[in-house]
Design a protein around this ligand. Structure first.
Ligand SMILES: NC(=O)C1=CN([C@@H]2O[C@H](COP(=O)(O)OP(=O)(O)OC[C@H]3O[C@@H](n4cnc5c(N)ncnc54)[C@H](OP(=O)(O)O)[C@@H]3O)[C@@H](O)[C@H]2O)C=CC1
Ligand SMILES: CC(=O)C(=O)O
Ligand SMILES: [Mg+2]
Length: 751
C-alpha cells in the first residue's frame, strides 16, 4: 500500500485553502425574502421557542439538536503528541467534526476549552447540553478524562462519550475478535500486554476483560514500566484496578511469550527484540498516532507470523476510532438516545468484526487497489467501506432500544437501513472510485505547463498520492525554483522534467508534425517552432508517440487556443467526433453538461453523437446515464425554430436504439427535478437527468460558469471525449486541485 507522502507545507496548505480550517456552516432554509427572515428569526421563531419550552422533546423536531454533536477537548493529550493546549488541538477537533459529517452525516462542531481543571471543564460542557444531541470528548489526558466523562454522564441526559477511551476500545475489540479467530486462540487463554495506561489503554483493557480476558493474564505498562501490585510511583485508582501480582518490571520482560500486544502509548515504544520474544502467531496492535509503537515492516521482519495493526490509514489493518464514533453516534442520535452504554459499544464491536468477515464489495477493492478478503492483512473493515453506514448504526440503535436508553425507538428497521444508505454524499463515493481507478491505472501523466506553480503542485500531488508518474514539461532550473518557492523542494527528484532541448525524440516529433501539417501551409521552420517551442504542441507530440499515457494542459491559456494547438497533432474536432463534457458537483449531485468544448452549433445528429459520447464518459465514471436535451421549451412548447433540433435529437437516438435513458426537449428544471417531471407522465426518464445536452457552446459555457460563480459548484472538465488519447484541458482559473482532478480523470481513461 502506498505511503501518503506529504511535506509540512502541503499539510499547512491543506488547512489554509480554500478557506482557513476544514468546514463552514450553511443554512438549510431559504433566507432570501422578508418573509423568510420573519419566519427564521423574529417574530416567527417565537413559536418553536414556546413549543420547546413547554415540551423539551420537541427540540429534536424544531432545532438541529438531534443531529448535532460537539467534539470537545482541552488539548491535554492531542493524538500521541502530548499537551498542545486547547487552541493547538483545534485542527484535530475540526478533523473529527468533518469525519462525523463525511462518514455518518452527523453535523458536528469543535469546541476547545481553555482549562486543565476538570471542574471547570465539567461545568462548561454541562451548561452547553441543551445545544447538542451528543457530546464527543476528545484528546483529554488521563486520569482527568475519567472523572470528566463519568461526571458528565451522570449529569447529562444525552450521550457523553470519550472517544479515545471507548471508541478506541470498541475498534480494538473488533480487531482482536478477528485476529484471535485467525490465530486460533481464545481471549481467555491469551497473555495480553498493554503499553500506555491512559485514556485509551484503560478503556481497551477493561473492555477486553469484560469480553473474557483474564485479569491475571493482562499486564499493563506505562512510562514507569509494569503496573504491579504495590507499585507507588505514578499510580492512580484506574491503574491500580489493573495492577497484577508479578515479578515482571519492564515492558521488555512483559513481552516475553505474550500473545497480544496493545500499544496506546507513543511512537517507537516497542523494539524488534521485544517482538521477537512474543509467543507464536502474536497479535500486535501498535495504535499510537500519528506514528505507531513499531512499524509493521519492523515487526514483520522479525516475526513474519505476526498479525499487525496500526492506527494509520497507509498500512493494512487500521485500528482507529474513526471506524466507531461516526456510527455509534449515528445510531444513538437516530433513537434520541440518553446515553451510549456498554451494550451499544459491544454491539458495535461485533458488527464491525462481522462485517470484516463478509465478502468485500468491488468498490472497496477498487478503492484499495487490491481485493480484500478476510485474513491477516484484513481483520477490520476499511474506513471507506460504504457498508459501514447501513450496518453499524442499526446494530447500535437496536442495542440502545433493547437496553431502554432510546427515547424514540425505530419502528421500521428495514426502512431505517434504507434511509441510512441515502445519507452519504454520492459525489464523495464517485470521486473516490475515480481516484481509485486512476491509482490502478498508474498512468504516466504529462503536465504541459511546468512553469506554472499550480501545475507543479498538481504534478507533485499526482505522484505523491500514488496515481502514477508525473512528467512535467519545463526547464529544470525554473521548475526547481518554483517547487522550492511552493515549499516542495524535495519533490524535484520525484517528478520527471522534460523539454524539447532534453528529448532525443525531437526529430521524430518534427517529421510526424510535418507529415500532418505540410498541406496546411506550415513549412519546416514553422514546424520547428511549434515542436520545439510550443509546450502544448510538444506535449501532444509526446502523447502521440507514447511518451506518456495522458496529457493535462490549458491552465495558462484559453481552452480554444489550447485545443487549436492540440489539433495540430490530433484530430480532436467536431468532424472526428470529439466532444467536451464538463462535470458539475454540487450539493451531493453530479450533473454533466455537454458539449462544452468542440461543437459550436451542433445539429440534431451531432447532438445525438454528443449524448452518446457523454453517456460513455458517465459510465466510465460509474454513473448510469440519464440524458436530457435541454432548451427553453418543454416537449414542443413554446414553439421556436431554435428549439427544433433539441426536439428532434431524441428521435435520432431512438432510431439508433441506444442503451441508455434519454428524453427531451425540456427546460433545465424539468430535467433536474423529479416533481417537475411528474407533470409529464409520458416522459421516459426514471429520475432527474445527470447529463444535460445543451443547444450550443455558448449555452454550455454560460451555464457551467454560472454554476461555478453563483452556486460555488465544483467544476471538473471539460473532459475531452470521443478521441482515443487521454487529453484534458483545464481552465486558466483552475486551482492546483482542479488540475489534479483533471489528471485523475485523464488517468481513469487510460485505466
Ligand atoms: N488508534 C486509535 O484509534 C487511537 C490511538 N490513540 C493513541 O494512543 C496514545 C495515547 O492516547 P491517550 O490514551 O489519549 O493519552 P493519555 O495521555 O491519556 O495516556 C498516555 C499513556 O501512555 C503512557 N506512555 C507515554 N509514553 C510511554 C512510553 N514511552 N512507554 C509506556 N507508556 C507510555 C502514559 O504513561 P504515564 O501514565 O506513565 O504518563 C499514559 O499512561 C496516543 O498515541 C494516541 O494517538 C488514542 C486514541 C485512539
Ligand atoms: C485516533 C485518535 O483519536 C487519537 O489518536 O487520539
Ligand atoms: Mg483522540
Amino acid at each position: 500500500m502506498p505511503n501518503p507522502k506529504f511535506s509540512r507545507e502541503e499539510a499547512l496548505a491543506f488547512h489554509l485553502e480554500p478557506t482557513p480550517g476544514k468546514f463552514e456552516v450553511t443554512a438549510t432554509v431559504p433566507m432570501t425574502t422578508q418573509r423568510d427572515l420573519s419566519l427564521a428569526y423574529s417574530p416567527g421563531v417565537a413559536v418553536p421557542c414556546e413549543e420547546i419550552a413547554r415540551n423539551p422533546e420537541l427540540a429534536y423536531d424544531y432545532t438541529n439538536k438531534g443531529n448535532l454533536v460537539a467534539v470537545i477537548s482541552n488539548g491535554t493529550a492531542v493524538l500521541g503528541l502530548g499537551n498542545l493546549g486547547a487552541l493547538g488541538s483545534k485542527p484535530v477537533m475540526e478533523g473529527k467534526a468533518v469525519l462525523f459529517k463525511r462518514f455518518a452525516d452527523v453535523n458536528s462542531i469543535d469546541i476547545e476549552l481553555d482549562t486543565e481543571d476538570p471542574e471547570d471543564f465539567i461545568k462548561a460542557v454541562r451548561l452547553m447540553g441543551p445545544t447538542f444531541g451528543g457530546i464527543n470528548l476528545e484528546d483529554i489526558k488521563a486520569p482527568e478524562c475519567f472523572i470528566i466523562e463519568q461526571t458528565l454522564k451522570e449529569q447529562m441526559d444525552i450521550p457523553v462519550f470519550h472517544d479515545d477511551q471507548h471508541g478506541t476500545a470498541v475498534i480494538c475489540a473488533a480487531g482482536l475478535i478477528n485476529a484471535l479467530h485467525l490465530s486460533g486462540k481464545k481471549i481467555e487463554d491469551c497473555r495480553i500486554v498493554l503499553n500506555g495506561a491512559g485514556a485509551a489503554g484503560i478503556a481497551c483493557i477493561e473492555l477486553l476483560k469484560s469480553m473474557g480476558a483474564r485479569h491475571e493474564n493482562c499486564i499493563a505498562c506505562d512510562t514507569k514500566g509494569v503496573i504491579y501490585q504495590g507499585r507507588q510511583d505514578g499510580m492512580n485508582q484506574w491503574k491500580s484496578a489493573h495492577a497484577v501480582s508479578t515479578e515482571l518490571r519492564t515492558l521488555e520482560e512483559a513481552m516475553k511469550d505474550a500473545d497480544v500486544f496493545l500499544g496506546v502509548s507513543v511512537k517507537g515504544a516497542v523494539t524488534q527484540d521485544m517482538v521477537k520474544s512474543m509467543a507464536p502467531d502474536p497479535v500486535i496492535f501498535a495504535m499510537a498516532n500519528p506514528d505507531p509503537e513499531i512499524t509493521p515492516e519492523d515487526a514483520h521482519e522479525v516475526r513474519p507470523d505476526a498479525i499487525v495493526a496500526t492506527g494509520r490509514s497507509d498500512y493494512p489493518n487500521q485500528v482507529n476510532n474513526v471506524l466507531g464514533f461516526p456510527y455509534l453516534f449515528r445510531g444513538a442520535l437516530d433513537v434520541h438516545a440518553r446515553a451510549i452504554n456498554d451494550e451499544m459499544k459491544i454491539a458495535c464491536a461485533h458488527a464491525l468484526a462481522r462485517l470484516a468477515r463478509e465478502d468485500v464489495p468491488d468498490e472497496v477493492a477498487i478503492a484499495y487497489g487490491r481485493k480484500l478478503s478476510f485474513g491477516r492483512d484484513y481483520i477490520i473493515p476499511t474506513p471507506f467501506d460504504p457498508r459501514l453506514i447501513h450496518t453499524i448504526p442499526p446494530a447500535v440503535a437496536r442495542a440502545c432500544m433493547d437496553t431502554g436508553a432510546a427515547r424514540r425507538p425505530i419502528v421500521d428497521m428495514d426502512a431505517y437501513e434504507l434511509a441510512l444508505k441515502s445519507r452519504l454524499d454520492p459525489t464523495a463515493s464517485i470521486m473516490r472510485s475515480i481516484n481509485a481507478r486512476a491509482r490502478n491505472a498508474q498512468a504516466r501523466m504529462i503536465f504541459a505547463e511546468g512553469d506554472d506553480p499550480r501545475v507543479l503542485r498538481a504534478a507533485v500531488q499526482y505522484t505523491r498520492t500514488g496515481f502514477g508518474h508525473a512528467v512535467v514539461v519545463g526547464r529544470d532550473e525554473d521548475v526547481k525554483q518554483k517547487l522550492e518557492a511552493a515549499g516542495l523542494g524535495d519533490a524535484f527528484d520525484e517528478i520527471e522534467i522534460t523539454n524539447a532541448a532534453k528529448t532525443e525524440h525531437l526529430e521524430e516529433y518534427k517529421s510526424f508534425l510535418y507529415g500532418k501539417l505540410q498541406r496546411r501551409g506550415f513549412d519546416q521552420q514553422d514546424i520547428h517552432r511549434l515542436a520545439a517551442r510550443d509546450r502544448h504542441v510538444f506535449s501532444a507530440l509526446m502523447l502521440a508517440h507514447g511518451h506518456g499515457d495522458g496529457l493535462v494542459t490549458g491552465a495558462t491559456r484559453k481552452s480554444a487556443h489550447v485545443l487549436d494547438r492540440i489539433n495540430h497533432v490530433f484530430d480532436a474536432d467536431a468532424e472526428h467526433g470529439a466532444v467536451g463534457v464538463t462535470t458539475l458537483l454540487h450539493k451531493g449531485r453530479i450533473v454533466m453538461i455537454t458539449d462544452t468544448l468542440v461543437h459550436e452549433w451542433p445539429d440534431e445528429e451531432d447532438l445525438a453523437n454528443i449524448a452518446e459520447r457523454a453517456a460513455d464518459v458517465a459510465r466510465g465514471l460509474g454513473i448510469e446515464p440519464r440524458v436530457a436535451f435541454v432548451s427553453f421549451s418543454t416537449f414542443g412548447y413554446p414553439r421556436s425554430e431554435r428549439a427544433e433540433k433539441m426536439h428532434r435529437a431524441p428521435m435520432v437516438l431512438e432510431a439508433r436504439g441506444v442503451d441508455f435513458e434519454f428524453e427531451g426537449e425540456m427546460t433545465v428544471d424539468v430535467a433536474l427535478n423529479k416533481a417537475a417531471q411528474d407533470y409529464y407522465p409520458f416522459q421516459r426518464l426514471t429520475g432527474p437527468a445527470n447529463i444535460l445536452v445543451v443547444p450550443a457552446r455558448h449555452s454550455a459555457s454560460i451555464s457551467t460558469k454560472l454554476m461555478q460563480e453563483m452556486a460555488g459548484a465544483t467544476v471538473i472538465g471539460p473532459i475531452l471525449a470521443g478521441i482515443d488519447k487521454s487529453i484534458q484541458i483545464c481552465s486558466s482559473t483552475s486551482t492546483a486541485s482542479d488540475i489534479l482532478n483533471m489528471a485523475v480523470l485523464a488517468a481513469c481513461k487510460v485505466g
